[in-house]
Ligand binder design. Structure first.
Ligand code: BES
Ligand code: MN
Ligand code: MN
Length: 460
């Protein structure tokens, strides 16, 4: 008997030290997209390696052409399942930095929440699994064989992880991949997430005249790239909120009635949802509920737009250039490369005369959806019930974790998404936070999940 008392780990959890260590991790500004933060990336990886090594894992930092990968394994449960925990130690940029109440890389607790960039996405959630392993190890051996794969490039589309998976396929072999990198359905609803949207991300650049022009001397006659860009963008959706790009919806797998009913039964209120983001109404594709729009339908959103005069006061000028960044969230059936191609073919056709349009392909990611009928999903349900005192809800999520589709394809293992945060944590926003309670419950969830996965394999 390696785990004498499976049930009451809560009393054994050292909350102070779990929080102090997370703070150390949060102090390192591991912004993957910022080339001036390269050293911080290495420091964060080394922090995680050293911690896992101190727990008895065989742990190393593997360099890649980009940011390093931390790999660790603890394989001392012969005959038991092997679990691979994936997470990411890189974070989004902290801008707009002026909107943070406390500095983004100086973690601080206010009203029961840990405020810092990466608190929930994903340092806090990933570290909950490290401390979950520590908690189990403080009571004996681990009930499963455990591997950690912690990367530093998720927020930039994981450009180097796919080749890493290919190169380390055998070593990474496992029975199930556990990921905590999202938001559960609501504060009081533990959630197992069974689908992620994919992503196609493009940039549109519009060039008009060869230089900026006086808007009196030339206005009315010269092409205006900002107006042109607005026409293009306006042409990408119709009044029903449907995307007009030819072929866009062709391969979308429609939602089943059963799934729509299951989602309709979840405790959701449009009024509360609108209020939670300070919006007065929820525009969106007609014929679909809010949850369907977020979890089960593709989107096209302008993420950024620029051009012309942005300074104080007014300047009478017709800009020579304008541009926009546009993301499409994709659902099962859609392929990012095909959607990107459809966008690239269609967008130039929407341009008025006199401007040149260039469409640039940024990163993408495949959508995924998992089978709900799996012993691992049941193990997660039981683990969550032990922590939260109620059974889990099953939902999808609107976000993307690009590498997940490659996990299924290259490693051939099922993926279990056990989200430990909530939307109000403000992923990617200023004042990102993670409730202390969610962090501590996350540690317990991780520990119980490993026990339940071990038990599930016994009863097979
Ligand atoms: N943790 C998020 C993904 C996520 C967000 C899942 C919300 C569930 C709910 C992840 O770190 C992320 O931000 N992903 C990016 C992917 C992109 C940079 C390729 C995303 O979804 O925008
Ligand atoms: Mn994340
Ligand atoms: Mn993120």
């Amino acid at each position: 008997m390696t785990q004498p008392s499976p049930s009451n780990l809560a009393a054994l959890l050292d909350r102070d030290s779990a929080q102090a260590e997370l703070f150390e991790l949060l102090r390192i500004p591991s912004v993957s997209s910022d080339s001036t933060r390269k050293e911080a990336m290495g420091q964060t990886a080394e922090y995680l390696r050293a911690k896992l090594a101190s727990l008895g894992f065989s742990a190393r930092v593997d360099e890649t052409p980009g940011h390093p990968v931390v790999y660790a394994e603890h394989l001392k449960a012969p005959g038991k399942p092997t679990v691979l925990v994936y997470g990411h130690y890189d974070v989004q940029p902290e801008d707009p930095v002026g909107e943070w109440v406390s500095p983004p890389f100086e973690p601080e607790v206010r009203d029961g929440r840990i405020y810092a960039r990466g608190a929930t996405d994903d340092k806090g959630q990933a570290y909950a699994h490290v401390r979950g392993a520590e908690l189990l190890l403080s009571q004996g051996e681990l009930p499963v064989n455990l591997k950690f794969l912690l990367e530093g490039e998720e927020e930039i589309g994981s450009p180097n992880l796919e080749p890493y998976l290919e190169a380390h396929k055998d070593e990474l072999k496992n029975d199930v991949i556990v990921i905590s990198d999202g938001s559960r359905f609501a504060k009081d609803v533990p959630t197992v997430t069974y689908g992620l949207r994919g992503l196609a991300y493009i940039e549109v650049r519009v060039q008009g005249a060869s230089r900026d022009l006086h808007s009196g001397s030339y206005g009315g006659a010269a092409p205006n790239p900002i107006n042109a860009l607005c026409e293009i963008i306006a042409g990408l959706k119709d009044e029903q909120g449907r995307i007009t790009v030819p072929g866009f919806y062709d391969s979308v797998i429609p939602l089943t009635e059963q799934e729509r009913e299951m989602w309709a039964d979840l405790p959701h209120s449009d009024e509360e949802f609108a209020a939670s983001i300070g919006a007065s109404a929820l525009p969106g594709e007609q014929g679909y509920s809010t949850l369907e729009r977020i979890w089960g339908r593709p989107t096209l959103d302008v993420n950024g737009i620029w051009g012309g005069f942005q300074g104080e006061g007014s300047k009478t000028v017709i800009a020579a250039k304008a541009g926009a960044k546009i993301s499409c969230r994709l659902v099962p059936g859609q392929d990012p490369a095909a959607v990107t191609k459809a966008l690239m073919d269609y967008i130039p056709t929407l341009a008025p005369k006199g401007v040149q349009v260039e469409v640039i392909d940024h990163h993408g990611g495949q959508p995924v959806k998992f089978d709900l009928d799996s012993p691992f999903i049941k193990a997660a349900d039981r683990a969550l019930e032990r922590v939260y005192g109620k059974p889990a809800a099953f939902g999808r999520t609107g976000g993307s974790i690009p590498i997940v589709a490659d996990f299924a394809r290259i490693l051939g293992a099922p993926v279990l998404l056990v989200d430990l945060g909530v939307n109000e944590d403000g992923l990617h926003s200023p004042n990102e936070s993670f409730a202390q309670e969610d962090y501590f419950n996350g540690i317990l969830t991780s520990a119980y999940l490993m026990q339940e996965i071990a038990l599930a394999s016994e009863s097979e």
